[in-house]
Design a binder for this molecule. Structure first.
Ligand code: FES
Length: 135
């Protein structure tokens, strides 16, 4: 049986950035994804400042321990990044940092997809806001 490394255990026992942000805030984007591999879901919230830098990030998951640890590591990595920088984070970076076993790779994919979905949601919101302002 795979022995999880200390970082997974620590993040699972005491994950950082669990929670949610106000979805109605125009500076908050929400990503919501499910894993086809296992059916687990992850919701991630990002809040940006006027320069599109991430100033707050929270997550909630009905997922396994590796999904919780992957999400927590992801939130730590994206804090303070611009959206363009955050887009570049890959599930491999997260999986490597946690030394996830191959069977748990999809848990880190869930985290990568959730942040991309949150960024997309925010950009969609921005577009709508611009239309509202000019209309
Ligand atoms: Fe489903 Fe890990 S087993 S996200």
């Amino acid at each position: 049986m795979h022995k999880y490394n200390d970082k997974i255990n620590a993040m699972f026992e005491n994950p950082v950035n669990v929670g949610s942000l106000d979805e109605n805030d125009p500076n908050v984007g929400v990503g919501f994804v499910g894993s086809p591999a296992c059916g687990d879901v992850l919701k991630i919230f990002i809040k940006v400042d006027d320069e599109d830098r991430i100033v707050d990030v929270k997550f909630k998951t009905f997922g396994c321990g590796s999904a919780i640890a992957s999400s927590a590591v992801l939130t730590q990595k994206v804090m303070g990044l611009t959206l363009d920088e955050a887009k570049k984070i890959t599930n491999k970076e997260i999986a490597d940092e946690l030394a996830l076993p191959p069977i748990k790779t999809h848990c880190s994919v869930l985290a990568e997809e959730a942040i991309l979905d949150a960024i997309y949601d925010l950009l969609k919101k921005r577009k709508v806001c611009k239309v509202d302002q000019t209309g």
